[in-house]
Design a protein around this ligand. Structure first.
Ligand SMILES: [Mn+2]
Length: 196
């Protein structure tokens, strides 16, 4: 069984190709033209042990918004595709990851229903390089909408914007990795409904 998803998405604003292998080794090859966002996708692959490829050519002459959003939508769709019918998965997981003074707590249910709960410190620095820090929630919303998962991401405290965002992606990676793991005792689909 291979758990691989591949999505191509082209609009007048962006052209995106994303590929993910849930049973990878953390090999990442991403280029979106937004350096800090690439760094975050790198975290997701490395700490999720996903093999992840993302190539985006977006309308960066406007700003980085469409590029980041559309990559996140494609990533969510590829993730859902890779999960298939979710037979044998752990399904629920959580992870807490600190980055120096910042802490992220992520809980996930690969439920088949999109829902995001997100809190992070207010008054963060507005930009990290060309990355608008209000995009973190937008990335998570976009991913969740397409992946169809319930995702709760909280940063109870933190000060440095780079740390606050990065620890969220690291904790997300770990939580997704654990939730996607195949449970040797789980032979069916982990739902009393019989479908996820
Ligand atoms: Mn948008």
């Amino acid at each position: 069984m291979t758990r691989v998803g591949r999505v191509e998405r082209t609009t007048k604003e962006t052209s995106v190709v994303v590929e993910i292998d849930l049973d990878g080794t953390g090999r990442v090859d991403v280029s979106t033209g937004v350096g800090f966002f690439d760094h975050m996708l790198d975290q997701l692959g490395r700490h999720g042990l996903f093999d992840l490829t993302a190539k985006t050519e977006g309308d960066l002459h406007i700003d980085t918004h469409h590029t980041i959003e559309d990559t996140s939508l494609a990533l969510g769709a590829a993730f859902k595709q890779a999960l298939g019918d979710k037979r044998g998965i752990v399904r629920f997981a959580n992870a807490s990851v600190p980055l120096d003074e910042s802490l992220a707590q992520v809980t996930v249910d690969l439920s088949g229903r999109p829902y995001l709960v997100h809190t992070e410190p207010e008054n963060m620095a507005p930009m990290i390089g060309s990355y608008d820090t209000t995009m973190t929630r937008h990335i998570l919303e976009s991913f969740v909408a397409q992946a169809q998962i319930a995702l709760h991401v909280h940063v109870p405290y933190g000060r440095n914007a780079h740390h606050i965002v990065e620890c969220q992606f690291k904790a997300l990676a770990r939580a997704l990795r654990y939730a996607c793991e195949l449970d040797p005792r789980q032979t069916g689909i982990p739902s009393t409904k019989g479908a996820l």
